[in-house]
Design a protein around this ligand. Structure first.
Ligand SMILES: Cc1cn([C@H]2C[C@H](O)[C@@H](COP(=O)(O)OP(=O)(O)O[C@H]3O[C@H](C)C(=O)[C@H](O)[C@H]3O)O2)c(=O)[nH]c1=O
Length: 353
């Protein structure tokens, strides 16, 4: 199978590309604009594989997409390219609409034209898999779970741009019969995550002995999904998911932000044999505007229908992730050397490459 993956140089996309090549033997064309959070180093392990090709293109550019479809002639699309950081969507929402909404509309149009030109057998087998987020469902209180039928209620510009993109995918499926499937995941973490998201921010701040910013009082809850478990879920959905369906993918690992930060600090203290506890670096900072209190996913559908289940516990995954950042300093030091502007709370915000 030849898969066109968008955003394959990003954190989740690169995990999908590595797994699709090494564990499935698929041929992967990676379409990526290489904006600030993308990193070709994430793909060093497969870059020379004959089943891998790289195509620099921006999903905001429909003509460029049409060319890549013609060059690569895919049997399926996994659409992961997106602006993904909530704080950045608050600072600059328009880029999120342009990339996540217009970019997805462009991808759908290019995929549709390609799909309509395929032979009958290839048309039947074709899939457009749109990778989305549980943030489209809004915020939960202390109880309850998001299911595939939860009403959409996005709160941040990021979440609303992803909700809009989900609706476009649905429309192309219903109106043009493009064979689509959508998945909505919880918070991903693991090796190669760009240091703007909570877990790598905490690890790098703690290693540097700098203040660790916790928004509000740290009581917000997230469900943590190890990125390789997510990559396996995505390939499973592509291979066996039912057309037109939505699948929620969660990690069954709800943790409050403050507890998570303390867990990371404790692992760092143990790994580095630190006498002064790293959690003394925690600094409660101004809360994120419109901060969703809790995300929690019910993954019953993908578990019962497709047989996928998360395999990494949050304790194992966090320990593994901390060790990876300790052992791969050159990876994040290269990102830091590229330079970042600092936002109001001192969080690293990437600049465009
Ligand atoms: C960066 C940072 C975050 N936070 C808090 C804010 C959140 O409650 C939690 C996680 O924040 P983060 O920005 O890492 O992730 P979310 O805003 O939950 O969104 C993430 O998970 C969903 C599913 C996606 O779809 C997003 O693309 C992805 O970014 O920690 C802090 O307290 N301090 C910090 O320095």
């Amino acid at each position: 199978m030849k898969i066109l993956v968008t955003g394959g140089a990003g954190f989740i996309g690169s995990a999908v590309v590595r797994r699709a090549i090494t564990q499935r033997g698929y041929t992967i064309a990676n379409l990526d604009a290489l904006t600030y959070a993308a990193n070709q180093a994430n793909l060093d392990s497969i870059a020379d594989n004959p089943d891998y090709s790289f195509h620099r293109a921006d999903i905001r550019d429909l003509d460029a997409l049409v060319k890549v479809f013609a060059e690569t002639d895919p049997d399926a699309v996994m659409h992961l390219a997106a602006e993904s950081h909530v704080d950045r969507s608050i600072e600059g929402p328009i880029a999120f609409v342009e990339t996540n909404v217009m970019g997805t509309a462009n991808m759908l149009q290019a995929a549709r034209t390609h799909w309509e030109g395929l032979s009958d057998a290839r048309r039947d087998a074709f899939r457009f898999h749109h990778i989305s987020t549980d943030e489209v469902y809004g915020a939960l209180g202390p109880s309850g779970f998001f299911t595939e039928t939860t009403r959409y209620a996005p709160n941040s510009p990021y979440a609303s741009s992803k909700a809009s993109s989900d609706m476009l995918v649905r429309a192309w499926g219903k109106t043009f019969k493009l064979p689509v499937v959508i998945s909505n995941c919880s918070n991903n973490y693991g090796p190669f995550q760009f240091p703007e998201k909570l877990i790598p921010v905490v690890i790098l701040k703690a290693l540097a002995g700098e203040a660790i910013p916790v928004y509000g009082d740290g009581s917000n809850v997230r469900d943590w999904l190890y990125v390789d478990d997510h990559a396996e879920a995505l390939l499973t959905i592509l291979e066996r998911g039912k057309l037109g369906e939505i699948y929620n993918v969660g990690g069954d690992a709800e943790v409050s932000n403050l507890d998570l930060v303390k867990q990371i600090c404790a692992i760092i203290d143990k790994e580095l044999d630190r006498s002064t506890p790293s959690d003394s670096l925690i600094k409660f900072v101004t809360d994120r505007p419109g901060h969703d209190f809790r995300y929690a996913i019910d993954s019953a559908k993908i578990k019962s229908e497709l047989g996928w289940t998360p395999s990494v516990t949050v304790e194992e995954g966090i320990a593994e992730t901390v060790r990876w950042y300790l052992e791969n300093r050159e990876w994040w030091q290269a990102i830091q050397a590229r330079g970042h502007k600092q936002d109001r709370i001192g969080l690293a915000v990437g600049v465009k490459a």
